[in-house]
Design a protein around this ligand. Sequence first.
Ligand code: ADP
Ligand code: MG
Length: 257
Amino acid sequence: MVPVVELSDIAHVYVTDREASLAVEGIQLKVEPGEFISLVGPSGCGKTTILSVIAGLLQPSKGTAYVNGKPVNGPSPEVGYMLQQDYLFPWRTIMDNALIGLELTERLNPESRGIVQSLLKEMGLGESGNLYPAQLSGGMRQRVALVRTLATDPGLLLLDEPFSALDYQTKLQLEDLIVETLKERGKTAILVTHDLSEAIAMSDRVMLLNRNPGRIHRMFNIPENIRRVQPFFARKEPGFNELFHEIWGEMQTIGKE
Ligand code: ADP
Ligand code: MG
């Protein structure tokens, strides 16, 4: 099977007028169809840089990224990107915010509009289509952002700390909703998070990066019993705490390097 994402020896140097700094180096990764991968590691280790390369927003200094077997050379409708801040347009209604990707790709028609309407309903936002972002809670706005990302039906979703601005309860609810929604639709996902327990609870594999420059420190496979259940219940599964402490311990050694 062709991997959904393949990163082949990616390195990136950011050049500013004052300096050139090596952000990531030697990044190799293959993500299989339907897999959910998390990237964790200290701030500045290159997680967002890696997502930007996959999204086609950043041309790496070295190496090649492939999505569905084709080299990435710019943003593509096959890839959806969801960020920490929801970036909804305050002057557009929820419905019009959710439709924006379809508008931009000239795929807005009665059928696609109907699909977005039912997605909103599925996310508990069926009654909110005519409201404006300011009238919604943070958790509702992130659900709108999820609908907007799914509206164009990308096979791959890149999620950059989508829960970090939310309260704990809302975050747990959204974790379950996202995992369920993506699994049902057979989507592949890469999540960046600074919350290790979230990474373990949601993922099939967790990639730990170290910094200066960002390199892959270790890849952890999540055991079947933890993967099988919803993130909320995953935290109660046998082996969860042991795995948490194992990865946590590795993260502490990175901090000291
Ligand atoms: P993370 O998402 O893991 O916190 P980033 O990918 O944002 O890390 O950043 C990795 C490194 O690259 C950091 O040292 C950061 O300061 C640097 N960096 C990120 N973006 C830029 C940029 N646009 N210009 C210069 N340096 C950058
Ligand atoms: Mg980041």
